[in-house]
Design a protein around this ligand. Structure first.
Ligand code: NAP
Ligand code: GLV
Length: 312
């Protein structure tokens, strides 16, 4: 079995080693323009160039080394290049726990006013701020998939009131759920902490805009851990300027790395992290991909095949 690997930003050798450890008989190589004609059965990729796929004649599947497959689905001419070839994304693979940690940390930082206490320490000031009233902190989680459902459950575990929104109806313990565009406004009403864990699709691009943010309670908080393209950046800046939003924690950006000089870097109400809310864990992910390859080779169904018409 032949496997081509490509990832521009991630360390290649640990991936090659982990895939080889899980699939000892496979011939695995890192893609380069010089090796482009070498034929593979499977591609394991992050943000691949379209030139990787053009010469391939017998690909059986493309494995995306992330939960969101948008960087594969958005390559030019993808429908022609990958006609009939399944694109498979990671299912959790250790990311949901990281994401739950990240979102809870961002939530507590705002609700328990840790930034304020840090400022007090700098001034050697001993001062108790009012206790948290959770009833005033309705949390709304957009996306209730492998990661969003875990995030919503983790937040609910700390007794916050939690709503969740997905495309199709869901039943989750301790979460009030909403589904579809028709229930979006009801989901937003009373929400004070909006958490985005959606995939990037034509239906969700730009969804964090003035209309959406304007429907939140005054002094709301935005936590975006999904994709930068979900956010209309100028709308966020305008809402922070009026005070309708009290703060934002952003892990993902339209341009990554976030360019130097970008207004978000030094904004007093914005916390920036470099797309680390849930880091792809090489060993867990390689093991999951290998298990799916073995299943495909023996004609078994696999989880995580992207529905190209939905875009996730
Ligand atoms: P998933 O399992 O596919 O879940 C996606 C969820 O979004 C589902 O609940 C789905 O609804 C919902 N959804 C999709 N389109 C929608 C729409 N138009 N309206 C309402 N709900 C919609 O994905 P996942 O594994 O949880 O990952 C979610 C995203 O997290 C990824 O796509 C990626 O963008 C992001 N991510 C970021 C990082 C990071 O480090 N920042 C790491 C990993 C993932 P249904 O349940 O009805 O299908
Ligand atoms: C990372 O952003 C992922 O989609 O896994």
């Amino acid at each position: 079995m032949k496997i081509v690997f490509y990832s521009p930003g991630k360390k290649v050798q640990p991936w090659l080693d982990s895939l080889a450890a899980n699939l000892p008989s496979a011939d695995i190589w890192a893609w380069s323009p010089q090796s482009a004609d070498q034929q593979a059965d499977y591609a394991v990729v992050w943000a691949p160039p379209s030139e990787l796929f053009a010469p391939q004649q017998k690909l059986k599947a493309v494995f995306n080394i992330g939960a969101g497959a948008d960087r594969v689905l958005r390559i030019p001419h993808v429908d022609g290049l990958l006609r009939g070839i399944p694109v498979v994304r990671l299912n959790d693979a250790g990311m949901s726990a990281q994401m739950a940690e990240y979102v809870c940390h961002a939530l507590f930082r705002h609700t328990r006013e840790f930034a304020e206490y840090e400022a007090h320490q700098r001034d050697n000031k001993w001062k108790t701020l009012p206790a948290l009233d959770r009833a005033n902190w309705q949390v709304g989680v957009m996306g209730l998939g492998a990661i969003g459902a875990r995030v919503a459950g983790a937040v609910a575990g700390f007794d916050f009131p939690v709503k969740g929104w997905s495309r199709t109806p869901k039943e989750l313990a301790n979460i009030t759920t909403y589904a579809g565009a028709e229930q979006f406004d009801a989901f937003l009403a009373d929400t004070r902490v909006l958490v985005c864990v959606l995939p990037l699709t034509p239906a969700t691009e730009g969804i964090l805009n003035a209309r959406t943010l304007g429907r939140l309670k005054p002094k709301s908080i935005l936590i975006n851990v999904a994709r930068g393209e979900h956010l209309v950046e100028d709308d966020l800046l305008a809402m922070l300027a009026t005070g309708h939003l009290a703060g934002a924690t952003l892990d993902v950006f339209r341009e990554e790395p976030l360019p130097s000089g970008h207004e978000f870097w030094d904004h007093p109400k914005i916390t920036v992290t470099p797309h680390i809310a849930a880091i792809t864990l090489v060993e867990k992910s390689a093991a999951q991909i290998a298990q799916k390859i073995r299943a495909m080779e023996s004609g078994q169904p696999i989880e995580g095949v992207v529905d190209r018409s939905r875009g996730y």
